[in-house]
Design a protein. Structure first.
Length: 190
């Protein structure tokens, strides 16, 4: 698929999904840029464009089910499932921090595609993959709306709609230059 990335970049900017500042990521890292994809999800016509692009990227991978992670992956997974005429499931965080699917929601050996909104370290995807495998499913591909540019190695094909060419910086709190400079830390998902 030949995509015009300027359209996707404009969607991120115009919806306020591409944030700049000093952010606490869910992994505990700090970063100067955050993609709050819930803002994109506020505009169904824009989300449909992204979901259509993601559905086309994932078309070659045989799977009847897409699995998104609560909370960020719900809208992208649902919208992509609608575009690709596939079933959708949502993995939810458990009390111990893992992800879990509803009991008996996958058949043994069922091929699954994992969907995420924005990928920084890939920790949420790894948790969803474990949840799929726990139920006997097989992850055949991973799709995302935004890839922040970090190098992540996956055992299956990974297809983001929009990938930054240069990785967005991430630091541990003790190495964060924004903390040293006194820039206020923001938790964008709260």
């Amino acid at each position: 698929m030949n995509r015009d990335n300027t359209v996707f970049e404009a969607d991120l900017t115009e919806t306020g999904a591409d944030l700049r500042g000093h952010f606490l990521l869910t992994t505990g890292y700090h970063s100067p840029r955050f993609f709050l994809m819930a803002r994109l999800g506020e505009y169904p016509e824009r989300m449909d464009r992204w979901a259509e692009a993601l559905a086309q990227l994932l078309h070659p991978y045989p799977a009847k089910t897409l699995v998104g992670a609560a909370l960020g992956g719900i809208i992208p997974a649902y919208a992509t499932a609608a575009q690709s005429h596939r079933r959708v499931l949502i993995a939810e965080k458990t009390a111990d921090g893992r992800m879990a699917l509803p009991p008996n929601s996958l058949e043994s050996g069922e091929p699954v595609i994992v969907i995420e909104d924005a990928v920084a370290t890939g920790s949420s995807i790894q948790k969803v993959m474990r949840a799929v495998e726990t139920q006997g499913g097989v992850v055949v591909a991973i799709g995302a709306l935004v890839h922040r540019g970090s190098t992540i190695s996956w055992p299956v094909p990974y297809r983001p709609v929009f990938a930054l060419q240069e990785p967005v910086a991430m630091w541990t709190p003790e190495c964060c230059p924004l903390c040293r400079d006194g820039v206020p830390l923001t938790k964008p998902k709260t």
